[in-house]
Design a protein around this ligand. Structure first.
Ligand SMILES: *Cc1c(COP(=O)(O)O)cnc(C)c1O
Length: 401
């Protein structure tokens, strides 16, 4: 027996989503998430993963995980602060700090978890958080866990951030004030204006917090957006994920020793959720070793991204103002964008449509993320399919302008 009020709530809302065409049917992969994926017994060129460097299926990571699995077993057995901290966790944190050029680092079970943990460990009633309006959902939720006042500023609008920072500081109402931004914004592929943000932060004594989930492993020779701008000693919280370019799962904060010491005694997911399994940690360590040793994968990623973007542009598509391997192909109309994505699927390309409300009305796009694991042949084939679908769907596809 279910509660009648619950059932009514679920049925009404599910029905409404379906009617609006916003109900997401989940696609199931029959195998790993590589440059080619298998769905419904068909092979597709995959342009929708965050597996930027192709490490999710890398033999070296698999081997490291296997070795750890046999030595340590499957689970960590406890939270980090009881006895779930293994030497592997310590090794990962030491390597993360080195990778990020900070004094120390703390690892969490996911990037999402990390934002739940880190923001609320330092921000409290009487504080304020200045947050870019396009920040990731986990930042928004992380801010909600605090009793601080959350003030949104216009996306990457530095005049607006300056105004909000000055107003907040001059009001005398707040003790600590933090500015939070994604390093790379995942819908358009644009990079946060960190040099200006740091300048504003210095002027108004703001704590700086950069969530570089899409920049780590991609920008700054792999070390991320902060390193890309040469600001490693100017950002208080450098957040990263081990789930995207690193190819595994997990999140981390890199920063000063005192910050990390504090997070180890105060951040709730660290204290109350079981530590990351050792095999996962070993795979992350192997990935970091690969990134430290060679820039080969990053170079491949960037050359593939340039190649694919150039190909789309030559076909007459708009790719927006991306500065990273996230390549939007702007279609415009929402229905047309969804149709475009479905036709790509039918023709052998997996690339998701992103439409309102995730992005503003009228700039629906197909988001492409070529990886280091794609071959030129795969990208060429994807471009041929793009061209065919464009012809098939016909007029209106030059939209977005
Ligand atoms: C993907 C993402 C996360 C979540 O990371 P997971 O490790 O997948 O939980 C957090 N923040 C940003 C900005 C992201 O893009």
């Amino acid at each position: 027996m279910s509660s009648p009020s619950l059932l009514a709530y679920l049925r009404n809302n599910l029905e409404e989503l379906k009617q609006k065409g916003l109900y997401n049917e989940i696609q199931v992969l029959q195998g790993g998430n590589g440059p080619i994926i298998r769905i419904q017994d068909r092979e597709l060129i995959n342009l929708s993963s965050n597996n930027y460097l192709g490490l999710a299926g890398d033999e070296r990571l698999i081997h490291a995980a296997e070795k750890a699995l046999h030595k340590y077993g499957v689970g960590a057995g406890a939270v980090r602060t009881i006895n779930g901290t293994m030497d592997l966790h310590e090794e990962l944190e030491t390597k993360l700090a080195k990778f990020k050029q900070t004094e120390a680092a703390i690892a969490y079970q996911s990037g999402f978890n990390c934002n739940m943990a880190a923001i609320s460990a330092v921000m409290e009633a009487g504080d304020a958080i200045l947050s870019d309006e396009l920040n990731h959902a986990s930042i928004i939720d992380g801010c909600r866990l605090t009793k601080a006042k959350v003030i949104r500023y216009k996306h990457s609008d530095m005049a607006n951030l300056e105004l909000q920072a000055r107003t907040a500081r001059e009001s005398g109402q707040y003790n600590k004030i933090m500015v939070i931004t994604d390093g790379v914004f995942s819908m358009d592929g644009d990079i946060a204006k960190l040099p200006e943000i740091v300048e504003i932060a210095e002027r108004y004594d703001l704590i700086t917090y950069v969530d570089d989930a899409h920049g780590s492993g991609v920008l700054g020779k792999g070390a991320g957006t902060v390193k890309h701008f040469g600001l490693s000693d100017k950002i208080d919280f450098q957040i990263g994920t081990l789930s995207k370019a690193i190819g595994v799962v997990g999140g981390y904060v890199a920063g000063r020793r005192e910050l990390i010491d504090w997070l180890k005694v105060r951040s709730r997911p660290f204290l109350f959720s079981t530590a990351t399994p050792p095999a996962i940690v070993a795979a992350c360590i192997a990935a970091l070793d690969i990134l430290t040793d060679s820039a080969e994968l990053q170079e491949k990623l960037w050359s593939n991204a340039a190649y694919f973007r150039n190909g789309l542009t030559q076909l007459g598509f708009q790719t927006g103002h991306t500065e990273t391997p996230i390549i939007p192909c702007i279609i415009g109309d929402e229905v047309l964008t969804q149709q475009f994505s479905r036709e790509l699927f039918e023709a052998g390309v997996y690339a998701k449509a992103i439409v309102f409300p995730t992005v503003p009305k009228g700039v629906g796009r197909i988001r492409n993320m070529p990886t280091a694991a794609h071959t030129t042949e795969m990208l060429d084939q994807a471009l041929v399919i793009y061209e065919r679908v464009k012809k098939q769907i016909g007029v209106g596809v030059s939209a977005g302008v």
